[in-house]
Each structure stands twice: as C-alpha cells, then as structure tokens.
Design a protein around this ligand. Sequence first.
Ligand code: SF4
Length: 444
Amino acid sequence: MSKSFYLETFGCQMNVVDSERIVALLNDIDYRQVDQPEAADLILLNTCSVRDKAERKVFGHLGRFKPLKDRRPSLIIGVGGCVAQQEGERFLDKVPYLDLVFGTHNIHKLPAMVRQAEIGRGQIQETEFLDRETRLSLFPERSEGDSCTRFVTVMQGCDNFCSYCIVPHVRGREVSRPSGEIVREVRELAQMGVREITLIGQNVNSYGGKEADEIGFAELLRRVHDVEGVERIRFTTSHPKDLSDELIDCFGELPKLCSHLQLPVQAGSDRILKQMNRGYTRGQYLAKVDRLKQVCPDIRLTTDLIVGFPGETEEDFRQTLDVVRQVRYADAYTFLYSPRPGTAAAAFDNPVSQMEKQRWFDELLEVQTAIGRDIWAGDVGSTLEVLVEGESRQKGGQLFGRSVWGRIVNFDGDPALIGSLVEVRINRSLRNSQQGELVTAAAV
Ligand code: SF4
C-alpha cells in the first residue's frame, strides 16, 4: 500500500526545483503527496537560510508537527535545504523528534534515508558536500511537473561570497551543467508541450565561466532559443557583474527572450557595495541598465534591496533611493539586513539601529511601491500577450497566465486555452496581479 508525504518549501526558485525533485524521488518509492500534514506518513520541510525570518519559520513549523509525532511515533519528520546543510547534526540535537536531516547535495539519498527511518534506524543525517564530478552526474535529467512553464537548472552553487550571503556556504561552489544536456532537456520539454523555459541557477549568468571548453551564458540562450516549440525564455538569478554586453544584446536579438530581468542591485552606495563584496559600482550598474533600456526599450527590471547593512549611513541610504528612482524598477524585494551566522558581514562593526533600519525600509517601500504602481497601472487599456498557465485559484471560471513581464493576469476563459498564448486586454491593475478580458483566443 502506498504511503503519503507532506512537503513544505521555503525560499527561492532553486528550492522549488529541489522540491520537484523530492516529489519525483518519493513517488518512485510509492509515496504520494497530500495537502495536510495530519494525513501524512512523512513530513518534509525544504528550508531556506538566506533570511533570518525564513530560518525562524522552520523552527516554528517543526514545533507545529510535534503533537502529531507524539500521537503517532511512526510519523517520519525530515528537514532538507540550506538550514539543514548549515545546522547538520545540531539540528538533530535541537529538535530531538526529527528523524532525517539532508543537505543541499544529498537529495538523491532521500529514498534510502526514508527506508531506513521506516525501519526505525534512529536519527539519520546526510549533509556532506559532494565533489564536482559527482554533482555533475546528479543534475536531474528532466524537470518535473505538468505545467506549460518549467524551470531548467543550468548551474548550481556560487563563488561570489557576497559578505552578507550564506549561499556559497550552504550550496557549495559553482558548477555548470554541460550545455548539450541542457539543450536536450529543453528539446524534450518542448516536445511535451512546455512553452516557457526559465533557466535557473544561483548565479545563472556566470554559466560556463568556470568550465574549460564550455560555452558562455549568452550562447546558451541562443541555443535554447533555437529549440522549436519554445515560445518564451526567462532566466534567474543574474549577477550584475556578469551581465556582459553580449548578454545584454540578447534582449534585442532574441524575440523569445522575455523583456524582464531580475537584476539585484542590493545597495546604491559604492561604499556599501564594496563592503558587500558585490564586485560592481553604482556607476557600472547604472551603465548596464542604460544599455539594457537602449537595446530593449520595453524591458522591465526588478531587483533585491537590503537596507541597514553594517555601517550604512543616511547618505548611503539616500543613494540607494536615488538608484531606485533612476532605474524605476517594476518591483523590488526589499529586506532589512540581518546578520547570517557564518558570513563575513556577521563580524562587521557599526550595526544600524533597528529604528533607523525600519525608517529607511518604510521610506524605500513607499517610493518603490509608488513607482511599481505607476508602471503596472500604465498597462490598463493595453492588450498583452499572456501564456495561459491554469485555472485561477481565486475565482471560479477564471484562468491565469503571465505577461512577458512575469505579472499574473487573471481573466475569464475556457480551460482548453491552458498552454496557449492569447491576447488579453488589461482592465485593472492590482497590487500583485492584473485583471483583464480575453481579446483573442487564437495563439499569438
Ligand atoms: S551572488 Fe552573492 S547574493 Fe547571490 S548567491 Fe552568490 S553570494 Fe549570495
């Protein structure tokens, strides 16, 4: 008889992809996914330690599962992802009712770990980092799922060591998957009806840079662009220092490449960028943005911003605000700085007071929200190309899809349209989505 599992995913798209892999591996050993932890034989949390808040959430959620374990000792509870990698054995000490801890390089071992836990082998931990060759051999051959949009992992890890970031410490060094394998996967997905591909990696646009005889990211984009059946291409997450002129030109040359780019700036002051070890100056960043806008005038940029980095002054913060006003981001993920243990910045002096941080954060949010509202409201009355992804969860009879800029668009339509490109006239722009009406059901 098959068993059931409940899975919660925290954090970024890399974790979403890892969770897809976890689902596939568990399906292979006859575990079926359920929506409620109460109905599960196995509960897993795929965790993120990039932000302090996400990490605290993990411990909060685990506490919620303790009464279930008390009532049903055969229930298996496991934790994977970045917090698991970071904490390792300490996790098992901190949470004594935990059965499994698996790190970011050990997802492939999960079926064997679950089998051991089923026969009561005690607490099991697998958090070792693997060597490059083993990691390359373990890239999943095909992304899982049944949507017309898919993530395809092209690289993993990061060598940048931004001073505030835990990723290189918990995901390991950068490795790029062979381009031939990536293109083959994209081709297979296209044959299965997938229309939109998002190439992902912690530092996606440094793809190939550390591998002898491998192509660069711009050439990879061109090869993916050549695959018949693929209608849209996106990529994330990009590092500004690796945004080459050749890559910028792709936005003008490749019609399938969506005119949206997530380009994390983090701060607008050179002094703080240096402290963050970001590898670019404000001037270099703004020059790249100018070039992007020249090559692709309708491009929309989104970004990540950190406020309250150690030593940040009012003047530094004003420079961040100034960049936000100059670039006019369509959206921004804004964060209050919090030190991550194990990173260089955790040892920096001059912490910014909570009150100051919060004041800057509120002001930044106000400025950015107004800019974003303006940009998205500007779409009202225009007709946009939308890739229909599914039925809307919010309102019966509605479909949802995304414009080239990645914004969710909801509209009334026939579910037979799922998987096709349609034209939708935008009637309303809401906080995180848009409402529209179908203009033509014919594929664009
Ligand atoms: S580029 Fe910097 S912020 Fe991004 S994952 Fe690497 S170290 Fe972290």
